[in-house]
Every structure is written in C-alpha cells, then in structure tokens.
Write a protein that binds this ligand. Structure first.
Ligand code: ADP
Length: 520
C-alpha cells in the first residue's frame, strides 16, 4: 500500500491525517497548543509548543498505523494564515507566533486602510488591509517595538519555522506568502511597495516557492521522533482556506465552499487572480492557475457557543442531565420556530467582523423583538443571523466572480441538519456536505499526491471526498427569507455608523458597574 500524510496546522491544534492513495483515512491525531492572551487584543502561540505538537502528532499517527517507512510516500502541509514570528540570525525566535486574531496593529491598519496606498496595496496583494496581516503587524512592531524589530534577521510564519527546523531550509510557499499582505499576486513575488510600507527588505524574508515544492533530507534527530525515513519528501503545501476548498472538491469555477467552524468563510476558485473594487474579498494562491477568492467571517460557530453559554444556561444543564450534546438540544428547540423567527433578526457581530463589512468595532444585536418572542426564537434567530451574514459575503463575491453554480459546505455547523437546511434556504441553492471530516488535511494530502505524481490532476480529489449529503431549498422557508434579507441588509447599513460609538463606550466604561444605591 501507499500512504500520504496531511498535516493541518490550525489556530488551536494540529490535525494529522494518514490517507491511503484512494483517499481513505487510515489514522488521525489532534494535538493542541495553548493560546497566550495577556490582553484582549493579543493572540500568540509558542513556536516550540506548536513544533512539539506537530512532531508528536506525526509520530503518533505513523506509529499507530504500523506501516513500512517505504509505504509513506510523502507528508504535505496546510497552515493557518497570517502568523508572524521574528527570528534572529541563528533562526531562533525573538517573539512568539503572533496570530491572525491579534489586533494590536489596529491603529496602523486603520491608517493604512484610509490612505490611497491601502487601496493600491489591496489591488496588488489581494489581501484587505487589516490587523490580521503580517504587513500590519510589521508596521506596529516597527513603531512600538523597534528594538525587537531591528534585531530581527528574518520574518517568517509558523510553517516556515517548523520546516526550517526539520530541514534547515527557509522557504515560503506562494499561498502563505500571499496571506502576508506583502506578496504581489500578478508577478508571484514579494511586492516592493508593500515591503517599503512594512519596513523590511526582501533579504529578510524566506525564498518563495510554489505550493508543490518538495523538501528532502529530514534532520536525523527528527526522523527518529517522527518515525519517518530521512528521504521521505515533505511537500510545503499551502494555506488552510484554499486547501479547504480543494478538500471539499470546490475546485471548479462557480462551485462555492462555505465553511462554518469557529469562524467561517465563503470561497470560490478561479483561474486568474481577481480583486474587488470595494476591497471586500481576498484573493489567495492555491496552485498554478488556481486562485481562491472569498471572504472570511469572525462570527461563525463561536456565536452559537456564546448563545449556548450565555443565553441558554438552563438548557445546557438539561442537556447535560440528558447526556446529550447541548448544541443538539438547542437546534432541536430552534427547529420548532418557523423560518424567519417570526420577524426576529440577529446581527452576529460579537467579535467585530471581517467580510463583508470589515469593521472591528461592529457589535451584535437583536432587531424586531416583540412580547411574543421566546428564547427559542432567539436561538433560531442567532443561527439564521450567522447565515445571513455569510449570505451577504456571497453577494459581494458574486459581484467579482458571478453567481455560484453549486455550494459545498463543511465545518462543525454541519453536525446540525437544521443549520444545514437554513444555509440551503437562505442561499436558496442546493448545498452538498461531503462526508470527509477534515477537508483541509485532505486538501493538503491531495496537493502532496499531485506534487509526487501519484495523481495527475488536483480535480482527482473528487474521488477522495466520499459520499455527500445534498439539501434542497424548501419553498416555505425561502419565501420568508426572501422577505427578511432586504430588511437585514438595509438595517446592517444603518447600524454601521453607530458601531464605533458603542465600541468606544464599551472600551471606556469597561469594568464600571456603579449602582447609585446606599446601604445602611
Ligand atoms: P474549529 O473551527 O475549531 O475547527 P469546528 O469546525 O469543530 O471548529 O466547529 C465548532 C463549531 O461548530 C461550534 O462552535 C458550534 O457552533 C458548531 N457545532 C458543533 N457541534 C454542533 C452541533 N451538534 N450542532 C450545531 N452546531 C455545532
């Protein structure tokens, strides 16, 4: 037999999946690492802790599978986008990995976004100007931590650091580079103007390579830990969003992939780079003549988690007593409420929002409450609001790439049949859910097999994704949504000017809870 390992270095854990060359899962491991958040806007992880989780994960899967080392044809990677680690001249980290969720560069990102340079850079790099990007983080570090910025010899992301440790080669694939905000999507190279704005020169960044690039000559000390032959090729791979599209078989133009995990995204593949005159969508490289255009949203499943923990504490206790998943109980309760929640609309912006409004100050709200609404309505409206927001991302995407021909969905939300049907009814389009549960790792393994010549084309992924469940729009439901969506969109526009004010109020009145009552 021949096998391929797909390693997905995610925001909270690394998922390692062993596939045979028919795409069947033969081994799996999930190894987490802690997030460091000393202040609300900080989001960091320790590069050594990530490295250990990856080597432990691979070692565990390889040993458990009990395969001959010659049977493992390759190891291929996916990685979360936008991380930044500063290294010294000995390739030792001077900082932790600063992640996409880190907001400390917001002031610099806002300034750049409002300048004509911001729009010029977006049009060349395909990345909306935002604190998530290494570009913004570099400007912030240069201004506020000049000591460490000047000391740094190299600016890299998590995957570059991990592969440097394993192979002693500092390379960065086009896809991860694309997400830094420093990469020119038209000439596949670092962009001079972006580098100047960031304050770095090309010689402080890794050498760029295609996503099919193979590394060989694994350091012996790690070969032992991993249980892998030193000659086994490692394929550098790409970033997680584009690979998720590949892993759900959304590779043809017009096939849209919708993911709702903790966060969410709507993405579609095109054969040429494309940007949006209004800068609402990203454009990321996947492989030659394959670009992923889409929008990321902060407020996916994390909002349902908030509903579970903050709005539905009693139901959570009931579910625990019944020994069922609280999410299943809540979606069951929501299923008793009609589509459209009797006119209750929820804006899910609990964590600011990226696409489509790109407003870190955005906040959530219920609109249309009446005395007849119950907690069950609020649950259903919350689930619907998350989808309305994704739908508006899709409308922005349609302006750039046209109407979708079909939709493939994935992520934790897919465990709920009700939520899947809601997506189908709100988007008013058939939605297919592939059975494969780790789409990103499958995307990485597929890219690896392509690089090694095991498959001839990336579209062979269609043989790997297995069965799919397809939902069809229900007319009774989509008619209600057709009436509500225009109200949602109009309201969304009229709420936006007030977000900065309410966020400012929340910042300045953070911990005050003064009751003007005297006790005697
Ligand atoms: P991650 O983004 O960490 O990969 P997942 O893809 O596992 O996360 O998605 C987690 C989210 O999926 C949860 O926050 C929750 O909103 C949703 N979810 C998980 N289980 C269910 C369920 N049974 N029903 C509905 N939603 C669920």
């Amino acid at each position: 037999m021949e096998y391929m390992l797909g390693v997905d270095i995610g925001t909270t854990s690394v998922k390692t999946v062993l596939y045979d060359t028919d795409g069947k899962v033969k081994g799996y491991s999930n190894n987490g690492y802690p997030l460091y958040q000393d202040t609300p806007d900080m989001n960091e992880e320790d590069p050594e802790e990530i490295f250990s989780a990856i080597t432990e994960g691979i070692g565990e899967v390889v040993r458990k599978a009990n395969i001959q080392s010659s049977e493992l044809k390759g190891v291929s990677f996916s990685c979360a986008m936008h991380s930044l680690i500063l290294l010294d001249e000995n390739y030792k980290p001077l900082t932790r990995a600063i992640l996409w969720g880190d907001n400390r560069s917001v002031k610099y990102a806002d300034e750049l976004k409002q300048s004509p340079t911001g729009m010029e850079l977006y049009q060349k790099t395909g990345v909306p100007i935002h604190p998530m990007t290494p570009l913004s983080k570099m400007i912030w570090l240069r201004n506020e931590h000049a000591d460490v910025f000047n000391k740094a010899r190299w600016f890299v992301g998590i995957k570059e650091y991990v592969l440097y440790k394993l192979f002693g080669e500092l390379k960065e694939d086009y896809s991860i580079a694309n997400a830094t905000g420093l990469f020119n999507i038209y000439n596949l190279d670092w962009d001079d103007q972006a580098l100047e704005v960031a304050g770095v020169t090309k010689d402080r960044l890794p050498e760029l390579v295609d996503t099919t690039y193979q590394l060989k000559g694994l350091h012996e000390e790690y070969a032992k830990v991993l249980g892998i032959d030193i000659d086994t090729p490692f394929i550098i791979g790409a970033s997680d969003g584009p690979l998720a599209n590949l892993g759900v078989n959304a590779t043809k133009p017009g096939v849209v992939a919708v993911t709702i995990g903790t966060s969410g995204a709507v993405r579609v593949i095109t054969d040429k780079p494309k940007t949006d005159p209004k800068a609402r969508v990203f454009c990321y490289y996947l492989a030659k003549d394959m670009w992923v255009i889409g929008g990321p949203v902060n407020n996916g499943g994390v909002v349902f988690r908030w509903v579970r923990d903050q709005l539905c504490a009693p139901e959570k206790v009931t579910a625990e007593q019944m020994q069922i998943d609280p999410y299943d109980l809540l979606t069951d309760i929501a299923s008793k409420i009609p589509a459209g929640s009797d006119g209750l609309i929820f804006f899910p912006f609990l964590g600011g929002e990226r696409a489509p409004i790109w407003d870190a100050n955005a906040r959530g709200s219920f609109f249309g409450l009446s005395r007849t609404h119950t907690r069950a309505h609020m649950i259903r409206a919350s689930l619907e609001g998350i989808i309305y927001n994704l739908y508006t991302v899709m409308l922005a995407l349609e302006e750039v790439v046209g109407k979708p021909s079909s939709i493939q969905a994935s992520g934790g939300f897919a465990r709920s049949e009700l939520w899947r049907q809601m997506l189908t009814d709100i988007f008013e389009q058939d939605v297919s859910i592939p059975e494969s549960f780790e789409s990103t790792a499958l995307g990485a393994a597929t890219l690896g097999m392509y690089s090694l010549g095991i498959i001839d084309s990336l579209s062979d992924v269609s043989k790997f994704v297995g069965n799919t469940v397809t939902h069809h729009p229900n007319p009774e439901n989509f008619e209600a949504y057709r009436d509500l969506i225009p109200i949602y969109i109009r309201l969304s526009r009229s709420l936006q000017p007030e977000y900065a004010n309410i966020a400012e109020f929340q910042r300045t009145h953070k911990t005050t809870n003064k009751n003007n009552v005297s006790h005697s």
